[in-house]
Design a protein around this ligand. Sequence first.
Ligand code: LLP
Length: 446
Amino acid sequence: MLWPITTTINAAGHLAIGGVDLLDLAREWGTPLYLYDEATIRERCRAFHAAFDARYPESAIVYAGKTYLSPAILAILREEGVWLDVCSGGELGLALRCAFPAARIVFHGNNKSPDELRLAVEAGIGRIIVDNELELGRLIALGEELGRRVPIALRLNPGVGAHTHEYRLTGVVDSKFGFPTIDDQAERAVARAIGAASVELLGYHCHIGAHIFELEPYRDAVAALFRFAAEMRDRHGFIPAEISPGGGMAIAYIPEDEARQSAPDQIASVIGDALRDCAAAVGLPAPRTWIEPGRALVGQAGVALYTVGAVKEIPSVRRYVAVDGGMADNIRPALYEAEYTAAIANRPGPRFHAEGGTASEGELTSRVVGKYCESGDLLIREIALPPVETGDLLALPASGAYNLAMSSNYNLAFRPAVVFVNDGRARLTRRRETLDDLLSAEVFES
Ligand code: LLP
């Protein structure tokens, strides 16, 4: 599904989400505005939990915090029993400030700094996913210094490809992430980890990439991890308690994606069967697992709201619809050629949920662009929209993942406000930035 599960057209003929009219939100907090529908986040968490409980109960659902992190979202995830993956001292710091249980935090990253590692070990977080030999050495030393036994897993490069944007591939051999398994680097790490008293090697992890529709690559990745695990058992006697195939499960951004998106049940059966079958095939006990969905938990819950400004028709070319946000709050179209759809919130019409594709009668092909000084600042390259007027409120669904997380102050843009909606109520969870916020770190010289 593209839109939050509570999306309706209300009596006024406006789009409403979480029982709240989007026009009221825009009026109260201005645009650009991001909203999150709490019911959708909870529904996605519950669907993943139910699917894995039914098909592979020895599993945890770990939210990839890089997708979008804030106190409000952490509180919901925590209530839903979801764990957290962080990939920087900043993300870890936010989680700790919000009193997120340290034992449920997993720390990723290909070049964690000594300070970040120390913060993680001192906080007693649940797992540190070791990406390279340098980090392993630092963790062994830190554990000795602090008198801790640091729980770790090794991130392996399984040498598995998938269909996604090149920038989102991480499991191919030629990647900056993880220990290569094509020579003895990963094996040396296993031997060193099991020989060190200050780290506890729990098992293996891999992450093949992000926004992947197919499920076969997950099966291939699990198989690759077990091949390695069996060799390590034979040569070093090490039996992994945990094996994780990471995250990266795709969501629908445009109507055409909806049929390609896998339900949590399908994901759980492919990964659960792969873990069980591969373990049996090599004679290892079935391990515990965790998966790391990011966009699959929060992407659908988020909607971006913009006010239409200048509308320009270029005869025989196209119509440009300029909105009051753009690449500063959503870099994804410029970075990955990511596609989006939109609806006019103040008069969505009966087929609001299916817009995109070719224009039908009364519609015009438009390009939705931002307000920043780049020709690449576009949000939707091509969309069939009914006539759009200055002042219309444009709503872009599937905006909950990575838009705000990757937002910037380009052109000294103020990052948007964020509102959570639920049961007919809206609450501000982040105010719009101000010029003072942007200048607060500058040193003014007189
Ligand atoms: N686990 C690890 C170790 C990851 O590196 C990532 C994403 C995930 C899980 C979650 O992937 P997801 O389930 O959200 O697809 N900024 C990009 C994607 C880069 C993601 C980096 N890692 C985007 O906007 O599509």
